[in-house]
Design a protein around this ligand. Structure first.
Ligand SMILES: [Zn+2]
Length: 339
């Protein structure tokens, strides 16, 4: 078993569709550190056999709305500095050729994606600027409301919920026109269905699980899973304990989401979007309810994702299935949405 797991991590393309990487490096660079990706992340990516990572651009509550644009630019700037320092090891992936290059040269390919379009405020023209800066994914909301849509309110008191605003529809349309993929993780149900109605491309849920197994609004219902799959989209399973299960969240509970997605949508629509938080929470805090030192990840970082591989193999997943789940499915979406 061990040799087989090793082979899989060495030979398969592994894509993690959600990591708050830019959030972390921006803060740490402001504290005077440098080469953060190279020093802190690359060794773990390598150990886990991870090839492609999608980094979110996530804006803390404190900066909304006035400073959202500046924080987004700060995060992207921090990433550009990291590229300047470690460009021989990292590839800024903006198109399929960049992804192929990263895989061929055995470097880590990093894509950028909004986790909430607060940096745009209500100005559609800014989308083009962010595209030019290299952002290729658009998660319309984090769990809160913005000019585009209502979030799923996870962890917050619920207000009245709406679907996409006119601005939100414009964002979806323009983003797909530009060659950006749409991400529905954190969107509320009404917004989700609005996206399904207007999308012309495969849509992803970069880091969401199944509501049938953990009934929070942050997860997708069976109808949503089927609808998203119908677009040709992929759902990245999320390893944050509160999203995995109400209690006893562990690797088995995480693997149950893979099983469930396979049953409901098929193996072609499953991916990885671990959303590893512990490392980031160690030095930052997303909100006032998060205590530093708390553990949220059911897998202890990228170096330990082989534990999930072992679990899935023991459940009878074939190499071909794992190849799709671990990377090929997301690569297919990137190929059909990026230009
Ligand atoms: Zn998230």
């Amino acid at each position: 078993m061990k040799a087989r797991v090793k082979e899989i991590h060495k030979n398969f393309t592994i894509v993690d569709a959600h990591l708050d990487l830019l959030y972390d490096i921006e803060k740490k660079r402001k504290m005077g550190q440098n080469k953060i990706i190279e020093r802190e992340y690359l060794p773990e990516f390598r150990e886990g056999g991870v090839n492609i990572v999608v980094s979110s651009i996530y804006i803390d509550e404190d900066f909304i709305p006035e400073l959202a644009l500046r924080k987004a630019l700060d995060q992207i700037s921090a990433f550009y500095w990291e590229l300047e320092e470690s460009g021989d090891k990292i590839i800024f992936a903006k198109n399929v050729a960049d992804i192929d290059k990263a895989l061929k040269e055995d470097k880590i390919g990093i894509l950028l994606s909004f986790e909430g379009v607060e940096p745009l405020m209500n100005d559609i023209n800014l989308l083009k600027i962010f595209y030019e800066l290299g952002v290729r994914g658009v998660g319309l909301t984090w769990s809160r409301r913005n000019f585009a849509a209502d979030g799923c309110s996870f962890g917050h008191v619920k207000g009245k919920e709406n679907g996409l605003s006119d601005f939100g529809r414009q964002v979806v349309k323009k983003a797909q026109q530009l060659g950006m993929f749409i991400d529905v993780s954190h969107l509320n149900d009404a917004g989700f269905w609005d996206v399904m109605e207007i999308t012309t491309k495969p849509v992803i849920a970069s880091h969401s699980n199944c509501r049938a197994l953990n009934g929070i609004m942050r997860n997708l219902s069976n109808d949503q899973i089927r609808a998203l799959a119908k677009t040709g989209g992929v759902i990245g399973i999320n390893a944050v304990s509160t999203i995995v299960a109400e209690s006893n969240a562990d690797i088995k509970a995480l693997a149950n989401h893979v099983d469930h997605l396979r049953n409901v949508a098929g193996v072609e629509h499953i991916g990885l979007g671990f959303d590893f938080c512990d490392k980031i929470f160690k030095s930052n805090s997303f909100d006032k309810t998060t205590k530093l030192g708390d553990s949220y990840d059911v897998i202890n970082g990228h170096k330990n994702i082989y534990l999930l591989t072992q679990e899935l193999l023991s459940r009878g997943y074939t190499d071909d299935e794992l190849r799709l789940i671990y990377g090929e499915n997301f690569l297919k979406v990137f190929k059909s949405t990026l230009k």
